[in-house]
Design a protein around this ligand. Structure first.
Ligand code: OGA
Ligand code: MN
Length: 202
């Protein structure tokens, strides 16, 4: 069962690619519920908007469980993962936040971490791809690096594919997209309040 494979892979290597996590129909249903309004993604409060757009040019919209049936269903699947990963690995995943992301032609996201050790409560990253007719020529690959900055894996954003990795461990980037590229990026977080309050490294 792939949930077991996911748990084993996260325990052994910290990342996992789950092909056909969703069926074509499920991906289409999610696309139907995609928002029509997109907002410029922000990186952190201290970044100027100009810097943001150089580092990251995708547009986003946060998921709400009330948005529609397919989104609700997706969030339930994530809840199922959260529950089982916690039970097996004691990661203390507490909640899940996720947004749709849209990369227009020419958009990219420079190499970054989703979380910095001790600085955030994002623990486990998920990226779900929604691109049914993606080809090599469309670019837009996700490149995952080790903490020594060696390339680990190059991942094409095919529909139905789910990528999961430990948020603090893997720098990654999205290469320039040559077609419209859609995804749902999400993060399982620990119960952040206490973690941030007791972060003495700041
Ligand atoms: C992100 C991200 C990867 C992807 O949104 O933080 O790294 O493949 N996304 O879309
Ligand atoms: Mn990221």
């Amino acid at each position: 069962m792939s949930l077991d494979n996911l748990i084993d892979a996260i325990a052994d290597q910290g990342w996992y690619i789950w092909d056909d996590f969703l069926s074509v129909k499920q991906v289409r249903d999610l696309c139907q519920e995609m928002p029509e309004n997109w907002r410029t993604a922000q990186i952190g409060r201290s970044d100027s908007k100009h810097q943001n757009q150089r580092r990251r040019s995708d547009k986003i919209q946060w998921l709400q469980p009330t948005m529609g049936f397919a989104i609700h269903d997706y969030l339930e699947r994530m809840e199922h993962i959260r529950h089982n990963v916690n039970r097996a690995l004691f990661l203390g995943l507490f909640e899940y936040e996720a947004h749709f992301a849209k990369y227009d032609i020419g958009d990219a996201y420079e190499k970054h971490y989703d979380a910095f050790q001790g600085r955030t409560n994002r623990r486990l990253t998920t990226v779900m791809y929604l691109n049914e007719h993606w080809t090599e020529a469309d670019g837009g690959k996700l490149k995952l690096y080790s903490d020594q900055d060696e390339l680990i894996e190059t991942v094409a954003p095919y529909a139905g594919r789910l990528v999961v990795f430990l948020s603090e461990r893997f720098p990654h980037e999205v290469c320039i997209s040559h077609a419209e590229r859609f995804s749902i990026a999400g993060w399982f977080r620990t119960n952040g309040v206490s973690e941030q309050c007791f972060d003495i490294s700041r």
